[in-house]
Design a protein around this ligand. Structure first.
Ligand code: HEC
Ligand code: HEC
Length: 195
């Protein structure tokens, strides 16, 4: 007799007898209860994700965008091979690690750049569900786990959205509320909205 097979046999017998039924049912129910809660928490952070402050770096095209109308960045600034611009026009030439004072001056935060061309993290044109799936896709999100996504949401380029510099509209939803909802989404199993 293989070790452990006695236990397996008794589990099998219990299943046949329906003894595990209620336990399995309860486990499923907990999962199902978390799903709508996670999806609702995700839905409440979508207005931030889709705001121009975030979209101007997470938009379509191989260039950043500017302003609340998300027009292409002036001076034909390009993404470049690593997201830091092309040799003649590096982001860091103009963007510092903090916002420069005054209207129409370059905003800034540490390591200001676009995602690289291989994983551009473009969420323009996606449904809420697709956006949620993209954030969790390790092949596209910088190989991050859900917990690491939560951590990422408190890094300088994200936090800049609440302090975007003179003349720019900050992202909606308070930072505390956003952080709480991101954590709730993860804690409830990080399910995505239905569509
Ligand atoms: C200046 C450009 C810039 C701005 C502004 C910006 N991001 Fe990003 N974002 C990036 C870059 C670059 C990456 C890829 C970083 C990496 O992989 O380390 C990224 C990656 C991400 C990711 C993917 C990481 C993951 O774990 O799934 C999320 C989510 C994200 N940003 C959220 C936001 C939100 C929310 C805002 C607005 C509040 C925002 N970003 C604003 C440049 C920006
Ligand atoms: C020649 C200088 C210069 C270079 C190079 C440059 N920028 Fe800018 N950028 C600016 C200025 C100036 C502004 C502010 C424009 C305004 O507010 O009218 C700006 C604004 C932005 C904004 C708009 C923020 C918002 O939400 O309105 C983003 C995003 C941005 N730059 C990203 C980048 C990225 C990424 C790179 C490199 C790939 C880059 N920039 C390279 C000068 C530059």
């Amino acid at each position: 007799m293989r070790p452990g097979s006695g236990r397996e046999a008794s589990i099998a017998a219990a299943v046949v007898a329906g003894l595990l039924g209620p336990g399995v049912f309860l486990a499923r129910q907990a999962g199902a209860a978390g799903e709508p809660a996670a999806a609702a928490a995700f839905a409440s952070i979508v207005p931030v994700l889709r705001h121009p402050r975030c979209m101007n770096c997470h938009s379509s095209g191989d260039f950043p965008r500017q302003g609340d109308d998300s027009h292409p960045h002036a001076m034909d600034v390009r993404r470049g091979p690593g997201g830091h611009g092309v040799t003649a026009q590096k982001c860091e030439t103009c963007h510092q690690d903090h916002n420069l004072d005054g209207r129409n001056m370059p905003p800034g935060a540490p390591d200001w750049h676009l995602p690289p061309p291989s994983t551009p993290m473009v969420w323009r044109g996606l449904t809420d569900r697709q956006l949620c799936e993209l954030l969790k896709d390790r092949r596209q999100n910088g190989n991050r786990s859900v917990d690491q996504i939560v951590e990422h949401m408190a890094t300088p380029l994200v936090l800049w959205g609440w302090q975007p510099g003179e003349g720019r509209t900050p992202v909606p939803v308070s930072e505390a509320q956003f952080t709480a909802k991101v954590k709730e989404w993860a804690a409830q199993g990080a399910a995505c909205p239905a569509r």
